[in-house]
Write a protein that binds this ligand. Structure first.
Ligand SMILES: C[S@@+](CC[C@H](N)C(=O)[O-])C[C@H]1O[C@@H](n2cnc3c(N)ncnc32)[C@H](O)[C@@H]1O
Length: 432
């Protein structure tokens, strides 16, 4: 264990800080729209507050951007690493955001704080030992408010298992002066030499390209950590069942639409399987799924059809200013390129180009008249593709300027976007 590593039996990264990251799936507005699409009741009242816990928050900057964009959020960030928590606290003070940051090992938080309406756990579950995974389950089971939602990100089977090979290379160079650079050089050399591993696992080759452009802190947290367990969806479901939670769906909208995210030849097998764990296992194998971002809730949050429809109809949607025109639209999915039918997406993009509209108003656009399920799927695909986004409905004024000034000075790769209740890359905007 390096002198700079936080005191934990389960997490080591050579003392490098995790870089600032915004994950679009973390925004309560995004989670709410996905839950609505899945036919679930809201996890928090539309007017707020949204008690949000970011467990394993890193430097907390992604969640601070959300709090700057969405004044309903009452943010608590928890992380093991005192240096991360120090950065988070200083950033909150500089941006004038009243967030709580706590330096703690999740295994020591018994009883857990809370209650929270939204618990985010991103980048933790696959990088800790089994005892810490059990502690995460105890935490979410104890800290989640009735009706709340947990977002769990983890490396999954079978596609994530390929990355054990990356871990082996980094472990073999752990004593190098710069283990990140040494490990990357070996992986690149092997790929250049057309090693069989890279020919068999093209997704690992694509990941290597992104790692070569990454901040070393990211690579360190991902690959220097001796704990690495790609998890089977069924094993995570069993872990969460012990905490009283059940799988609600994916926070990655495309993955909730079988017809657009699974090879057509696998659809009959998946459609015939009713058991959720077996079904998700089939889907993961069909897509060679490498990571999952799952939503979990307590049972009983499903809506009857009329309430489901009413909930979807109230949500306003807007396109990004860089949205494509009504021509040909190709979605780059995990199973390869999927063509978006022009007769469906063309009129939808044309309607959104005129300005933000509720789902209810978009239902009047001809291809969607009397076909809310089709509109639901089309909007979820546009959300996933970064083309459209739901808007915050509470109407509360958000002053994101102090955070955004600070983010610009720090050259963060994202800015708070108050109408979306989320964050966007600098220069990206929504068309209202
Ligand atoms: C890969 S980073 C992810 C940061 C952030 N969630 C994100 O996705 O951008 C994982 C974080 O979990 C923290 N962590 C690891 N083990 C932990 C534990 N037992 N309790 C609390 N935090 C932990 C690490 O310090 C690190 O900041």
């Amino acid at each position: 264990m390096s002198a700079n590593d936080p005191a934990s039996s389960a997490y080591r990264t050579g003392g490098l800080r995790y870089p600032p990251r915004h994950h679009r799936e973390h925004a309560p507005v995004w989670i709410d729209a996905v839950l609505a699409a899945l036919g679930h009741a809201p996890a928090f009242p539309a007017g707020g507050p949204v008690r949000l816990c970011d467990l394993g928050c890193g430097t907390g900057l992604g969640s601070l951007a959300l709090a700057a964009a969405d004044p309903r959020i009452r943010l608590t960030g928890i992380d093991l690493d005192p240096a991360h928590i120090e950065i988070a606290g200083a950033a909150a003070a500089a941006a004038g955001i009243a967030a709580k940051f706590r330096c703690a090992d999740v295994a020591q938080l018994d009883p857990p704080p809370g209650p929270f309406d939204v618990i985010l756990c991103h980048g933790l579950l696959s990088w800790v030992d089994d005892a810490t995974r059990q502690a995460v389950a105890r935490f979410v089971g104890g800290a989640l408010a009735p009706g709340g939602v947990v977002l769990l990100h983890y490396m999954s089977q079978p596609g994530g298992a390929a990355f054990a090979a990356f871990h082996q290379v980094f472990a073999a160079h752990a004593d190098a002066r710069d283990p990140v650079a040494a490990g990357l050089a070996v992986l690149r050399g092997l790929r250049d030499a057309q090693a069989g591993f890279f020919r068999l696992h093209p997704h690992a080759s694509a990941t290597l390209d992104s790692l070569l452009a990454e901040d070393p802190g990211y690579v360190a947290h991902e690959y220097l950590n001796p704990c690495f367990t790609p998890l089977a969806a069924g094993a995570v479901m069993a872990l969460m069942r012990g905490a009283g939670l059940t799988y609600a769906g994916s926070a990655t909208p495309c993955e909730n639409i079988d017809a657009l995210s699974l090879p057509g030849s696998c659809l009959p097998m998946v459609a015939a399987e009713r058991d959720p764990a077996r079904r998700e296992t089939l889907k993961d194998i069909a897509r060679n799924q490498a990571l999952r971002i799952d939503l979990y809730r307590r049972p009983g949050t499903g809506l009857a059809d009329a309430a489901h429809l009413a909930r979807m109809r109230s949500i306003p949607w807007a396109a990004m200013t860089d949205a494509p025109g009504p021509g040909r639209l190709t979605f780059d999915t995990r199973i390869g390129p999927v063509e978006g039918a022009a007769e469906i997406f063309g009129p939808l993009l044309t309607a959104l180009a005129a300005g933000a509209q509720t789902f209810g108003a978009l239902e009047r656009v001809p291809p969607f008249a009397g076909r809310p399920a089709l509109l639901n799927q089309a909007l979820q695909m546009l959300l996933w593709a970064g083309i459209a986004h739901p808007l915050r409905q509470d109407g509360t004024a958000a002053d994101a300027a102090p955070f955004n000034r600070w983010a610009e000075a720090q050259r963060l790769p994202f800015r708070a976007a108050p109408r979306l209740g989320s964050a966007l890359a600098p220069g990206r905007h929504v068309r209202l």
